[in-house]
Design a protein around this ligand. Structure first.
Ligand code: NOJ
Length: 761
């Protein structure tokens, strides 16, 4: 019998030593009793160990050679002073580490293995912002499921996802990792992702614990500069930032991650208000909180902690349960407890939370349940997973413009010039957040288009996007943008000149967005814009396919280029998805989850803004506007076209009054008035005309994906209840307020079919 079983038998009389991987008893009372009994025999050092998470230091056979840090970490692992590791991957490596934790330490407490499984493990889905553009909650859940299947088969049992930070700032590099600007859509997507990762039973070998991050406010970094100060009102915090976190709680998320930012003058890692009072208090969260990477130590440069010991004390009091790579808990907790600066009860609380999640995952039942080499081989890159991410990728594409119906492309007898380095790039479409996957593993647009052989396809690079070595940017490298080399322009132009249609794939390198990758100008980078304008001089039949990790500034293209397709970074199956959409085998149905600004000067720009006391447009000067630009975005939130056209009519409401115990019904007719079958996301917005605190001009409160054949009409119904109208009021509570509301239904956030009703309480 293995040592872990002996320990289990001694202290956990309830389950015994089971061999079946999925038979764990997940009853919370039982788990709590197990946690208590284990806690009662732990030394203070072993408790501190559980609160300590290390980054990988292992090269399969042992600690990384010539690395003092690795030896130090390895020794701590052997002493039972490590509760978790991140950035260790694969069955072989993780088995070796788990064996030490389970078979060589006194109590044999298994490690929980965390990784950034953000949009896939090996097989990559579109970046999260792109997935959000699908507005397809089932597909998003399935995408997270695929990620969990692969991650769990490769030994990971905990992902640091979903990132549920709302952001209104396209300059911020991490908008690619979220669901965009809207708390309603963001909440539904956040919950779908948690369900996808965690499944219906966390103790199964193929489900993993999820993390809601970054708690809270990280998406509001001033001027879009990553890690920058956050200064938001209570109104914005409660009504915009917190709802997606609350949605993950409702979905049963098991961990939260704090962040690098401050909020109201306090680094969130040390925020008693956020973590202890709100999350663990008011919201009754019984999972655990992990710090962000080094964020406990960062309270020193923030000017909030005087030294490491102080930072430790502040973080623990605030409710940060596990230390990711600050190495401060392991160093300071014992002394802080002995000197009575920290109450041991706080440590017990943190450790209990961590152990609880380990029990829930079934790790005590079988610490090797995620470690089956055969399963790993079978599941990674499985064809079913490829199929799943391809579906997700097609649904993530947004058609921004198709003025002369260049799209869909004809499948025969056409000469197509395909231009742009990104068209033949198998790395950028993977995005930046794919540390578990393989570089250069995306299907390129060129490859995808080659699957339509009855046209003549001529590929010309035109211009490089980056000038990094070999054209490949590494995780820790800066992208060196090609600002001057136009040597490929002339051959690209010659190819374009004689083509029926030119498809240009332009945009950002995969590493121009993501953590630490903010930008002040968000146009099409480098010489690519000029390439577009030069090619346009010889052939105006251009389909512009954008590849990017954030909303871009594309005014010139919008004015001149007949067809524009937003293809983001679509992951492993990028090329197939793009080609199938361009050729009409999939009719695009995506809708923007973030407004596209006309200029950086408009940022932050979002559809659910406040009216102000001086709304416009007015002719005179003294109203809220710019003197050199209109207020509206280039493409609004919720915007996206189809190859067919849809007509909205006949909005009807069945009651002009709403009371808290009734619902009212509002309906609209939707007709497919074009020539293709297609899907439309019907959107419902509500405006609260006046309230105890000012309310946005409108807020998304419902949507439905509707499929229609040409000529077909359907009536779409939405049910409105009082609970949909709740917000964080002047009473500092979630409630609705009596009064008048307007409803708008339509194809995007400018929807203008209108009805109204009164809430009577
Ligand atoms: C820092 C990021 O902010 C966080 O989201 C991520 O999970 C950790 N690094 C671990 O890689």
């Amino acid at each position: 019998m293995k040592k872990y079983c002996i320990i289990t038998l001694i202290i956990l009389t309830l389950n015994g030593c089971q061999t079946s991987v999925d038979s764990f008893n997940n009853d919370s009372n039982v788990i709590n009793r197990k946690v208590d009994s284990l806690l009662s025999i732990m030394t203070i050092d072993e408790k501190i160990g559980q609160m300590n998470q290390y980054n990988g230091f292992w090269d399969v056979t042992g600690p990384a050679p010539k690395n003092g840090d690795a030896k130090f970490k390895f020794n701590n692992l052997k002493k039972g002073l490590v509760g978790s590791m991140l950035n260790v991957r694969g069955v072989e490596e993780i088995t070796a580490l788990q064996k030490i934790a389970v078979e060589q330490t006194r109590l044999g407490i298994p490690l929980i293995i965390g990784n950034d499984v953000i949009h896939g493990y090996k097989t990559l889905s579109p970046i999260p912002l792109a997935e959000a553009a699908s507005w397809d909650l089932e597909e998003i859940e399935n995408s997270a499921r695929i990620a969990a299947l692969e991650a769990s088969a490769a030994g990971t049992n905990w992902t640091f996802a979903p990132m549920v930070d709302i952001s209104r700032d396209a300059r911020w590099g991490r908008v690619m990792e979220g669901a965009g600007e809207d708390p309603f859509l963001g909440s539904l997507i956040a919950a779908a992702r948690v369900r996808g990762f965690q499944g219906d039973d966390l103790s199964k070998h193929n489900t993993i614990a999820a993390t809601a991050k970054h708690f809270a406010g990280y998406g509001f970094a001033e001027s879009g500069r990553d890690y920058n100060t956050v200064d938001v009102s209570k109104n914005t915090l409660y009504n915009i930032i917190l709802p997606p976190f609350m949605a993950t709680l409702d979905a049963g998320v098991r961990t939260f991650m704090n962040g690098f930012n401050e909020l109201d003058g306090v680094p969130v890692t040390g925020s008693l208000f956020l973590q202890r009072d709100l999350l663990k208090g008011e919201w009754n969260f019984d999972g655990f909180v992990i710090s962000d990477w080094g964020s406990i130590q960062e309270m020193i440069p923030h000017g909030y902690a005087k030294d490491g010991a102080h930072a430790t004390e502040l973080a623990i009091k605030a409710g940060s349960d596990m230390d990711m790579e600050s190495h401060l808990y392991i160093k300071n907790i014992k002394e802080l407890v002995e000197s009575k600066k920290l109450d041991i009860k706080l440590i017990d609380d943190a450790v209990s939370r961590i152990l609880r999640v380990k029990f829930e995952l079934g790790l005590f039942d079988d610490p090797y349940k995620y470690l089956n080499a055969e399963r790993e081989k079978e599941v990674l890159y499985h064809p079913d997973n490829q199929k799943g991410v391809l579906e997700m990728a097609k649904k993530s594409i947004v058609l921004l413009k198709n003025k002369t119906n260049l799209l869909p492309l004809k499948k025969e007898n056409q000469t197509i010039a395909l231009i742009g380095a990104l068209a033949n790039d198998n790395n950028s479409p993977l995005g930046n957040w794919r540390t578990n996957s393989d570089n250069n593993s995306a299907i390129t647009v060129l490859e995808g288009m080659q699957a339509y052989p009855k046209n003549k396809l001529i590929y010309k690079r035109g211009a490089d996007v980056n000038l990094n070595k070999g054209g490949v940017v590494k995780f820790h490298e800066k992208v060196i943008i090609n600002e001057n080399d136009k040597s490929g322009f002339s051959t690209a132009k010659s190819a374009a000149k004689n083509a029926d249609v030119v498809v240009m794939v332009l945009g950002e390198d995969g590493f121009q967005s993501g953590e630490g990758r903010s930008r002040t100008s968000i146009g099409i980078p480098g010489v690519q814009q000029e390439l577009l304008e030069e090619v346009y001089k010889v052939n105006k039949n251009i389909v512009l396919v954008l590849m990017n990790g954030r909303p871009l500034n594309i005014n010139w293209a919008d004015k001149n280029i007949p067809s524009i397709v937003e293809a983001w970074q679509l992951g492993t199956q990028t090329g197939n998805a793009v080609a199938q959409v361009l050729y009409g085998d999939y009719n695009p149905s995506g809708k923007l989850p973030m407004s596209f600004p006309r200029s950086v000067g408009q940022i932050p720009i979002y559809y659910n803004y406040k009216n102000t006391g001086r709304p416009g447009p007015k002719k005179e000067i003294f109203w809220s506007h710019y003197n050199d630009e209109v207020n509206t975005p280039l493409y609004p939130f919720g915007y996206g076209l189809s190859y067919t056209s849809f007509e909205y009519s006949n909005i009807k409401i069945d009651n002009k009054n709403l009371t808290p115990d009734e619902t009212l019904n509002v309906s609209v007719d939707l007709k497919n008035s074009g020539n293709y079958s297609g899907k439309e996301v019907v959107q419902l917005y509500i405006k609260d005309r006046f309230a105890s605190v000012t309310r946005p001009v409108r807020e998304l409160k419902g949507f439905e994906m509707v499929s229609l054949n040409p000529g077909e009409t359907k009536t779409i119904n939405f049910e409105i209840s009082e609970s949909l109208l709740k917000f964080y009021t002047a009473n500092e509570t979630w409630e609705s307020e009596s009064g008048f509301f307007d409803i708008f239904i339509g194809t995007n956030s400018n929807a203008n079919l209108k009805e109204s009703f009164e809430l009577i309480k």
